[in-house]
Ligand binder design. Structure first.
Ligand code: GCV
Length: 820
């Protein structure tokens, strides 16, 4: 139990210090399930987590994001002499952090966030600084290539910044303090290392960073099999140093577990971004290819620093024009910028392009002319971009054109790309316009029977859950169900349904839940991570994709904390087994501060943030109750859309008796799409974790849950916990004031305030609605909703994206929602 960061908290009026201390104590210790009553529970209690690994059937040990403590022993309130290490980075080795006392930063200069996590301020702790100053005096790159030049420059600049002294490039190691970088082929020093024979096993992108005796001097060496491996190793070394970690026993060895680690931009050619909340698209098509924005380089650099090696430039709701000669020249210009950073470009292929821009009378794959058109198009693209990655396709979905048969379409494109080594990624996000079938069953029904019918260079891209990037969903049943067809896991970094730019929700913990979920495809332990990395089915091609949250905004992602999701996507794509908490801590150290009084509370608030958001938006397995189209605020009452599955009502079906979607054998039987163990787990009311209860089951308002509360009481409780959880996040953030720069502090504080109001909006709107249809009232011990149902139904705040979107609900004190 740690309450270290309660020191110096700013306490808002109306929120008692006693309640705050209780909240913070519970927030920091975590792990306990919900207590018996409102007053003993913590906003961040672990009770709502999904048993990440379904091996834990019977409900499993919740691995929810709430209340996970950070660090190995906590920080004394003075902040002196303690480190907040979380056990280090499995891919990099070693504990993060230093044991020295961090000085209170005097007037930290304001920052915009434009530097992301690539910040190299001089260490403020003298012992570690002296260690680094002695260890790093010059950088020797053995070999010459654009990629090695980048690695050398990154090290020269990063080490100069961190040490506060000039670290220069040199032709050869001279005396103490050399960093030598190179590959087995390019560097005699690397080839002569005692561990040189172990390097080939690290593969084309792996690296080893360690200390070696070179000419009698202890020297840091960054060794790899390829230039890009050296670049990744250089970033790993910088990450280690940005975390102020010790050089003793330095050993950072890592190889990616997934081969293709891709961003998917939903960027349109007019520079609008579908589900983008960070300004216009980075790609300035009008100015390309003549003008290369410096931001293209910064983008490539940021991605390479976290291991991303591919980018799909355009929206899956595709525009055929990007395949015309004039656009391909622009794409080539971007590819040329990204190549030295190890990043390939991919494009979305509009399936009707042969007709739209090729002048053919059809686009169906059975037509030889269509096949030839795509083959010629592939030749044209590879003539310009020899390392072009391939196509991503959304077909026959949400109005996008497609073939009569997915297999024919995917295979035609695969055949066109095959001579050049390209890949086609065919999306499984399909649901029919007029089908009585449960929407979440349709992708499986359509794709699973096609397993094994695809060309070797075709992959099927599957969203993490069967619905659509909800705050929480079970894993998609196609994972584990297509042994002969490599699947790409598609995650959404942009938070379409999770408060977009404004709400702070760290997605690493949500992704960890998905990656750890057990498909049982080949017995226990067949997790989604092991399916995607190819271990379970022996896939030759492996890939993971993240729908990007990046735009022209100066801070890149629309908010300071949304940067952490870009960062986490890259780090978890490289190593799907890395803990979300370790990644959060790394990010905080690099982006904000290494001061334990920042690292501890901010890592904890990040780890609690996803569960907190789920609680105030969609607790207990509710999904898709957001406002129509914009998906921002609450609108569970909507039931007038032309397609049934576009209505929130479709997903919860609340009435006088109860709430929830019955997906058991007695209902839509969606549970049957999973392996038997999972069908049993989710098909049985008693073993379904509360976190997914209403996704799989219809439950009466009065039924008792594991907490001892009735379903209705638990709903009220969860919504209230969520609101108060945001209050705790605000207080945690307030505790770091003056320990991070004022500009970023204020940005985050302002958004957290909006989030707090909006959490209360979510709670009150949903509870008044469910109370009205269910004939329920809010029990004592919980704040009454601030307004009546018609007030919430009458609001029309979004899609105006200026902040706050909904000033009508920005008043009063959102907390406490659980009243003392
Ligand atoms: C690109 C959801 C989003 C759409 C998106 C679609 C998809 O429906 O709301 O904006 O379209 O998913 O993933 O294709």
């Amino acid at each position: 139990m740690r309450i270290a960061f309660a020191q110096g908290l700013l306490v808002r009026p109306g929120f008692s210090i006693v309640a705050l201390a209780v909240a913070l104590t519970a927030f920091a210790c975590g792990g306990d399930g919900p207590g018996p009553g409102p007053s003993t529970d913590s906003p961040a209690s672990g009770g709502s987590g999904v048993g990440g690994n379904a091996t834990a059937s019977g409900g499993g040990a919740p691995t929810g994001s709430g209340g996970i403590s950070t660090g190995s022993g906590g920080n004394p309130p003075t902040g002196s002499g303690a480190s907040v290490g979380s056990g280090g980075d499995p891919g990099s080795g070693g504990m993060l952090g230093a044991d020295e006392e961090y000085p209170f930063p005097a007037n930290a200069a304001d920052e915009t966030g434009a530097d992301l996590w690539l910040r190299f301020p001089t260490l403020p702790i003298p012992l570690r600084l002296a260690e680094y100053q002695a260890a790093f005096t010059h950088v020797v790159s053995e070999g010459a290539s654009p990629t090695l030049d980048i690695a050398e420059t990154e090290l020269v600049e990063g080490l100069s910044g961190l040490t506060g002294q000039t670290v220069a490039a040199a032709a050869a190691p001279t005396g103490a303090g050399a960093v030598v970088i190179g590959t087995l082929a390019s560097s005699p020093i690397v080839a002569g290392l005692p561990f040189a024979s172990e390097l080939p096993a690290l593969g084309p992108e792996g690296y080893r960073v360690s200390t070696a005796d070179i000419g009698g001097q202890s020297t840091v060496v960054v060794a790899a099999n390829s230039d890009v491996g050296v670049l990744y190793g250089s970033y790993a070394l910088l990450r280690h140093l940005q975390s102020h970690s010790s050089l003793a026993d330095l050993s950072l060895t890592s190889s990616p577990k997934i081969k293709m680690r891709l961003l998917n931009h939903w960027d349109n050619l007019d520079r609008s971004v579908e589900r983008g909340y960070a300004g216009q698209s980075l790609w300035n098509w009008g100015a390309l290819p003549g003008t290369i924005s410096p931001r293209y380089v910064e983008y490539a650099r940021a991605n390479a620093s976290i291991g991303i090696n591919g980018t799909v430039l355009t929206n899956v709701n595709a525009d055929a024009d990007v395949l015309t000669a004039s656009y391909l020249a622009k794409v080539k210009a971007l590819a040329d910028v990204f190549r030295p950073y190890g990043i390939k470009v991919y494009l979305t292929a509009r399936f009707s392009a042969p007709q739209e821009i090729g002048g053919l009378s059809t686009y169906q794959p059975s037509d030889p002319g269509v096949q030839q058109w795509w083959a010629d198009k592939a030749d044209e693209i590879y003539g310009l971009i020899p390392d072009f990655g391939g196509f991503l396709v959304k077909a026959n979905s949400e109005g996008q054109p497609g073939p009569q048969d997915h297999v024919d379409g995917a295979n035609m494109l695969a055949q066109a790309l095959e001579p050049h080594g390209g890949i086609v990624m065919w999306r499984a996000f399909v649901y029919a316009e007029n089908s009585p079938q449960d929407r979440i069953k349709q992708a499986y029904d359509e794709f699973q029977p096609t397993d094994g019918d695809y060309e070797a260079n075709a992959m099927i891209q599957v969203k993490n859950g069967p619905l659509d990037f909800q705050p929480r969903e079970p894993f998609h049943p196609l994972f584990g169900a297509m042994p002969e067809t490599p699947l790409v896991l598609e995650l959404q970094v942009t938070k379409e349904y999770l408060g977009q730019d404004t709400h702070l929700a760290y997605l690493g913990s949500m992704w960890q839940e998905i990656l750890e979920a057990d498909t049982y495809a080949s017995g226990a332990g067949s997790t989604v991570a092991r399916v995607v990395d190819g271990t379970v089915h022996g896939y030759e091609h492996t890939a993971i994709a993240g729908v990007a949250n990046i735009g022209e905004d100066v801070n890149w992602t629309g908010s300071q904390f949304n940067q952490a999701n870009w960062y986490a996507f890259g780090r978890m794509a490289w190593d799907p087994d890395i803990s979300a908490e370790a990644v959060a801590e790394e990010w905080v150290r690099q982006t904000l501060s290494n001061d334990p009084l920042v690292v501890g509370p901010v890592t904890e608030l990040m780890m609690a943030s996803h569960q907190t958001l789920v609680d105030y938006m969609t607790p207990l397995g509710l999904v898709h109750i957001m406002g129509t189209d914009h998906h921002y605020g609450p609108a569970p009452w909507v039931n007038d859309q032309s397609r049934a599955e576009w209505n929130p009502f479709y997903y919860h079906k609340a009435d006088t008796q109860g709430i929830g979607f019955d997906r058991t054998a007695a209902g839509s039987n969606a549970v049957d799409q999973y392996a038997a163990e999972v069908t049993q787990l989710y098909g049985t009311r008693a073993s379904t974790p509360d976190a997914l209860l209403l996704f799989f089951h219809r439950v009466g308002w009065g039924e008792t849950l594991a907490s001892g509360r009735s379903l209705w009481e638990e709903l009220v409780h969860r919504y209230s916990l969520g609101v108060d959880g945001v209050g705790v996040m605000r207080d945690a953030w307030a505790s770091v004031e003056d320990r991070v720069d004022g500009a970023r502090f204020a940005d985050v504080a302002e958004f957290l305030q909006i989030q707090h109001y909006e959490a209360r909006w979510w709670r009150d709107a949903c509870l008044t609605y469910f109370a009205s249809v269910g004939g329920q009232t809010v029990p004592s011990g919980y704040a009454a909703p601030a307004n009546n149902l018609s007030f919430y139904q009458g609001l029309s705040c979004p899609p105006d994206v200026k902040k706050p979107r909904c000033s009508q609900i920005n008043s009063g004190e959102p907390s406490p929602a659980i009243t003392p």
